[in-house]
Design a protein around this ligand. Structure first.
Ligand code: SIN
Ligand code: FE2
Length: 210
């Protein structure tokens, strides 16, 4: 267990290759960067390949952005909404993702994609695997900001037991290696008001897509 000057950081292993880094992402500059990104590539509801609207609003930054539409899930260098490249990944995002990965045992992480998810109360993300990436050797780094949420985390098989973990503002989940294809999701967000984000939760998911 490690603690910073303020005593707010704590390592919380949740299985082989998976760890919650409590209080690892408390720099207020992160939310300013999210606002900057959303000013260039706005949050939007994407469509599933089946034509349903995804409840979580999304945008991206970095060389590649995750998109979903009638043609499927994939990574694209340009935002289909603006026709322009996704906003650059802020230096602070890259540093945070690399430091979190290294801290959890995955040195040398070079994310080229950052999906930014925005949840409002009543919205959830069902259990899924992150498997649209070419490089499954790289871990996933997932940053929670704003309203608290319940994270579900299972194993690489659909039927593996799933545990619930409370995620709060500033927590970072890292999973890779034996946990890289773990099923995971977010339970329906409860109503609330966060001093920094209001009635929303923001998640940053850093990945090596190519
Ligand atoms: C995701 O799995 O893409 C998002 C997880 C989260 O919102 O914490
Ligand atoms: Fe995911």
């Amino acid at each position: 267990m490690k603690t910073d000057l303020f005593g707010t950081r704590r390592d919380d292993p949740i299985g082989p290759g998976a760890m919650i880094l409590r209080g690892f992402a408390l720099d207020p500059a992160i939310l300013a960067d999210v606002a900057h990104i959303a000013g260039i590539s706005p949050f939007r509801h994407m469509q599933t390949p089946g034509g349903r609207q995804i409840g979580v609003e999304m945008t991206n930054c970095g060389a590649l952005g995750w998109v979903s539409d009638r043609h499927g899930y994939r990574y694209e260098p340009d935002d289909p909404l603006t026709g322009r490249p996704w906003p650059e990944m802020p230096a602070g995002f890259l540093r945070l993702a690399q430091e979190a990965a290294a801290h959890a045992g995955f040195p040398g992480f070079r994310p080229d994609a950052c999906l930014v998810n925005r949840y409002v109360p009543g919205v959830k993300m069902g259990l899924h695997q992150d498997r649209d990436e070419a490089d499954l050797d790289a871990p996933i780094v997932s940053v929670s900001l704003g309203l608290p949420a319940t994270f579900q985390f299972g194993g690489p098989q659909r039927g593996d037991p799933v545990k619930k973990h409370a995620l709060e503002h500033g927590d970072v989940v890292v999973w890779g290696g034996p946990a890289r294809l773990a099923w995971h999701g977010i339970l329906t967000l409860k109503r609330g008001e966060h001093p920094l984000t209001g009635a929303t939760r923001i998640n940053l998911t850093f990945r090596r897509a190519r």
